[in-house]
Design a protein around this ligand. Structure first.
Ligand SMILES: Nc1ncnc2c1ncn2[C@@H]1O[C@H](COP(=O)(O)OP(=O)(O)O)[C@@H](O)[C@H]1O
Ligand SMILES: [Mg+2]
Length: 239
């Protein structure tokens, strides 16, 4: 689903955020991006949805060459991607229903299908009874579940999440993870940047540890068993 070769990203400020990142993420995986603050996790996610264009190297997402694609091709690619941010970025002046319906409206869904779909995804995250609430009236975990519902509403094959549990306590974070894992089991590829490595005990996946803009280590966790693929000297990845 994602192929990357010696990907570089230099911001207009002159800062090099990605300094030769090479990795592949297969369709259907649950992939964590870990690594110190400033390692390049958010920058990499930004490249994956075409929010910034890489400076050099190769990046293919869903068959689209993100470096050379036209703006129209990037817009089309984005329709296949659901994005979840740490601060969820819900619209506080709109109801829960309207927040979730927005991506569907953008895609021109007809009203009856749109309502049914919004209800279905809110039911999935356990918030069907909060349809007409405003985000303000929800807890942090519930707000993040609305963000998940919004990201999944258009059935995107790829979900990107940037520290989605960063503002949540451990139990709430695990609950949010349950929904992301379930989406993955239902077929979406999920790529999530996180500091919360303790989540990996209950929610294993592929770990890509970034350091200073490059891939430092790759591990594949299956049901708690850790299988080292490359790099590093310890059994447990460093934060
Ligand atoms: N919009 C930006 N403009 C300039 N530099 C940036 C921008 N965003 C991030 N950076 C820099 O790029 C590096 C990687 O940042 P980031 O991708 O946010 O890392 P992480 O998400 O792993 O903390 C950092 O040094 C950061 O200061
Ligand atoms: Mg970040």
């Amino acid at each position: 689903m994602i192929q990357m070769n010696r990907l570089m990203l230099r911001y207009p400020t002159g800062k090099t955020a990605l300094s030769g990142m090479t990795m592949n993420i297969e369709k259907g995986r649950f992939a964590y991006l870990t690594g110190e603050s400033g390692a390049g996790k958010s920058s990499l996610l930004r490249c994956l949805y075409g929010g910034v264009r890489p400076s050099s190297g190769q990046l293919t997402v869903q068959g689209v060459d993100v470096r050379t694609a036209s703006d129209g091709q990037i817009r089309k690619l984005r329709r296949d991607i659901g994005i979840i941010f740490q601060d969820h970025r819900l619209l506080f002046s709109r109801t829960v229903f309207e927040n979730v319906a927005l991506p569907l409206r953008v895609q021109g869904w007809k009203p009856d299908r749109l309502v049914a779909r919004a209800e279905k995804v809110l039911e999935f995250v356990g918030l069907k009874d909060r349809l007409w609430s405003f985000p303000e009236a929800l807890s942090g975990g519930e707000q993040q579940r609305v963000a998940i519902a919004r990201a999944m509403s258009t059935k995107p094959p790829l979900i990107l999440a940037d520290e989605p549990t960063g503002n949540l306590d451990v139990d709430t974070a695990r609950n949010v993870m349950d929904y992301l894992m379930e989406l993955n089991h239902q077929g979406s590829t999920v790529i999530m940047a996180t500091h919360d490595l303790h989540l990996l005990d209950t929610h294993p996946g592929d770990i890509f540890r970034l350091h200073a803009g490059a891939l430092a280590e790759e591990l594949h966790l299956v049901s708690g068993n850790r299988r080292r693929l490359s790099g590093g000297a310890n059994d447990v990845p460093e934060i």
